[in-house]
Design a protein around this ligand. Structure first.
Ligand code: KIV
Length: 294
């Protein structure tokens, strides 16, 4: 099982730094899908911090440092204002906090669309600054040339089609896509183009289920669904969504915890104890050492 850690501290020139185990590789994820079948679904969650990565690492095949950190961490209105500096800092933290899952870092809006060369400069910076395993970029057929350019130059690419949040200002919102035949055909063509360009996996976000299934059947590489279908080759969620940190829960999210109530309850108990002067108690305070008898 991918969640079983094995101690592997032996070094070689290929692995000069002792590590608890060998990290999953991008090719091993790509190779999970054989002749259109993925026997072991790919498990991916977002992570933005080292501690979050430590907690999620053992359970995931892929950790995604998503540009959703703009909203989740920085309180921004969308992912559009997210910068390369933010992605580099959080990507490095997640790599430091994990040693099992492969780490994928989003290229933020404006850092890759202008040309394949611009994308290479941004992606190379992210790979060098973070030590991540691959980058993700949004967009379909229009980004296929860029994806192929990066892959040929040693940068593994995860694609992202369907609802692409960086295009929120063009799409006009975050509604599910692919409801009309024409739109579904375009999104399917987008996914095929990325597959042909050498993407090792493609995120399929916010599309009607039959389209997600059609894309999964059409692609040679694994599809990772979010708001898509259980029949995708893997799934991703924003960790804070499934942990219940926000009030509004989108339809495609299943709540696995309710951390907002847990955190708020703990803060309320702490505040009450501070106001009552019952915190810190004897267990949390230092006293002078008893003097040895003279
Ligand atoms: O930024 C992100 O978190 C993502 C996932 C929702 C796929 O792109």
């Amino acid at each position: 099982m991918s969640t079983t850690f094995q101690l592997d501290t032996s070094t070689s020139r290929a692995h000069p730094t002792p590590a608890p185990m060998k990290r999953l590789t991008v090719p091993s994820i790509r190779q999970r899908k054989v002749d259109g079948i993925t026997a072991e679904p790919v498990v991916m969650l977002t992570a933005y911090t080292a501690r979050q990565a430590q907690l999620l690492d053992a359970h995931c095949d892929l950790l995604l440092v998503g540009d959703s950190l703009g909203q989740v961490i920085y309180g921004l209105p969308s992912s559009v204002p997210v910068t390369l500096d933010m992605m580099a800092a959080h990507g490095a933290a997640v790599v430091r906090g994990s040693y099992h899952a492969a780490v994928i870092v989003d290229l933020p809006f404006g850092s890759y669309e202008a040309s394949p060369e611009a994308a290479f400069v941004s992606a190379a910076r992210i790979m060098k600054d973070t030590g991540c395993d691959a980058i993700k970029l949004e967009g379909g057929a229009v980004m296929a040339e860029t994806a192929a350019f990066l892959v040929r130059r040693g940068i593994p690419v995860m694609g992202h089609v369907g609802l692409t949040p960086q295009a929120v200002n063009v799409l006009g919102g975050y509604a599910a896509r692919g409801r009309s035949e024409a739109e579904a055909a375009t999104i399917l063509a987008d996914a095929r183009a990325l597959d042909a360009a050498g993407a090792f996996a493609v995120v399929v976000e916010g599309v009607v289920e039959p389209l997600a299934v059609a894309i999964t059947q059409a692609l040679s590489c694994p599809t990772i669904g979010i708001g898509a279908s259980a029949r995708c080759d893997g799934q991703v969620l924003v960790a804070e969504d499934m942990l219940g940190l926000f009030d509004r829960v989108p339809r495609f999210v299943k709540l696995y915890e309710n951390l907002a109530d847990t955190i708020s309850g703990a803060a309320a108990r702490y505040a009450a104890e501070v106001r009552a002067r019952t915190f810190p108690g004897p267990e949390q305070t230092y006293q002078p050492r008893a003097r040895a008898a003279e």
